[in-house]
Design a protein around this ligand. Sequence first.
Ligand code: NAD
Length: 473
Amino acid sequence: MASSKRSLSFRESVDHMVDRALKFLNLDEGVSNAIKACNCVLKVQFPVKIRGELQVFTGWRAVHSTHRLPAKGGIRFAPMVNQDEIEALAALMTYKCAIVDVPFGGSKGGLLIDPQQYTRDELQLITRRFTVELVRKGFLSPATNVPAPDMGTGQREMAWMADTYKHLYPEDINYTACVTGKPVGHGGIRGRTEATGRGVQYALQEFFRHADSVRKANLAPGLGGQRIIVQGFGNVGYHAAKFLSEEDDARIIAIIDRAGVVWDENGLNIEDLQQYKLQHKSIKGYPNARFDENGQAAMEMACDILIPAALEAQITADNAPRIQARLIAEAANGPVTFEADEYLRNKGVVILPDAYVNAGGVIVSYFEWIRNLSHIRFGRIQRRFDEQRGHHISTALQELTGNQLSEHLHTKLTVGADELALVRSGLDDTMREAFQNIKAIYDANEHIQDYRMAAYVTAVEKISRTYLDLGVY
Ligand code: NAD
C-alpha cells in the first residue's frame, strides 16, 4: 500500500523537482513553462464485448514533448492509472531521454484495467482495440509515437500492437518500429526484456567506481556485500535483483511484492524465488525465507541500498523519516515524492534519480528501433569477420612469442560479439557516460545539492538548446 500522506499530485511532484533545475539555470519563465508543459493528451473510451457484455475501457496517451521524434514511452495496464500520472510519466520520459542522449521526445500511455481479471484472449482483444484507437488518432507510428512495455504489459502486448498496426498500414515497410519491447521473433531485440533491470545494475556499478561518491553516501567501498532491499518483483525488480546478486555479489536481503515481503539477512536466492513465484503466482509461502504481509513496513528495514522498483509515491513525507537506507536507486518511476525527496536530501540520504536509473529500457528500445529501421540484427555482418581476425591475432601472438595462449585468453580473443553482447555493451556505455555527466555537474556547482537536480540540469540544458537551435523561442 502506498502511504496516504501525499499533498502534491505525481505531475506536480515531477514539476517541482524540475523547477529546482530551471531556477538554477535561470531560464526565462516562458521557456521554463514551455519545457514543462505537456504538449497534448489523448483520452479514449472504447467498448469491447467481454463474456457477452459490452465493457467500456478508458485509456490515455500523453505526448509531453516532440522536440525530437518519435516521442517514446511505455504503456501501462493498471487498475489505478489516471491522466495526471500519465502526464507525469510522459514528462519523465522527456527528461530521461535527454539525460541519456536518446534522441526521442517524451510520451506515456495507460489503460485503466486490472489485467488479472481477464483471460489472454480477452486481453488480446482489448489491446488490439486500444491500439486501433491510438493509431487512428495519430498516437502510434514508427515516425511519431512509439510505445514500449511498462507495468502490466510486456512482449506479448507489444507483439499484438505491432501486428494491429501492420494490418492497418501493410504498406509501411518499417511497421515493426511502431513499438519496442517486442519478442525477438517479431522484430524485438535481444536484451530488451532485461534492459531496465540491467541498467539499474550498470548505474550502481558506475556509482561504486567513484570512491568519493561512495564515501559521501557513507557506504563501504564495492557493490559486493552491500545489503539491498528491492520493492517490486516484476520485470525491473527481478532483473535488477538477479544481476546484482549473481554478478556483483550484493546481498538481496528482502524482496517486497504486492503480497508482502520475503527476507533473509544472509541474502535471497533470486532465481529460486522467481521460479517459486512463477509456479505459485505469488512470493507468499516461499519456503526458503521468512515472510510477512506488511511489505510497506519492510521498506524501513535496515539496509545499505533501497531499490524501489514497483510504483510511484512509495516513499512519502510519511515514511521517509523511518527509511534507513543510505542510498536509494529509483528503479520505478516517481517512487519518492517531492516532499520525501527534500527530507531525505537534508538527512544526507543519497538518491540516484529515476530519470537516470531506469533509463535502460528506453536506451535498449532505441537500439531496437534502429534495428527495425535498418532491418538487420546487430552483429550480423561483422561477427564472423571479428572472429577470424581474433584467430589471426591469436596465431600471430603464438608465433611471435613461441608460447601457447591459455584457452581462456584464446577464447576471449576469438569471440565475435553477438547482438546480446553488443546491446549490453551499448547500454553499459550509455549508463556510465550519463552518470559521469551528472556527477561532473554535481561536483562543479556548490548550488547543486543532489544527483536529481544535476540530472535535471543536464536534461533541461539539452532540451532548451534544441528549442533555441530550432528557433522555437
Ligand atoms: P511489472 O508489472 O513487471 O512489476 C511491478 C511489480 O510491482 C510487481 O511485481 C507487483 O507485484 C509489484 N507491486 C505492485 N504494487 C505493489 C505494492 N503496492 N507494493 C509492492 N509491490 C507492488 O512492472 P515493471 O515493468 O517492473 O515496472 C516497475 C516500475 O518500473 C514502474 O514504475 C515502471 O514505470 C518502471 N519502469 C519500467 C520499465 C520497463 O522496461 N518495464 C522501464 C522504465 C521504468
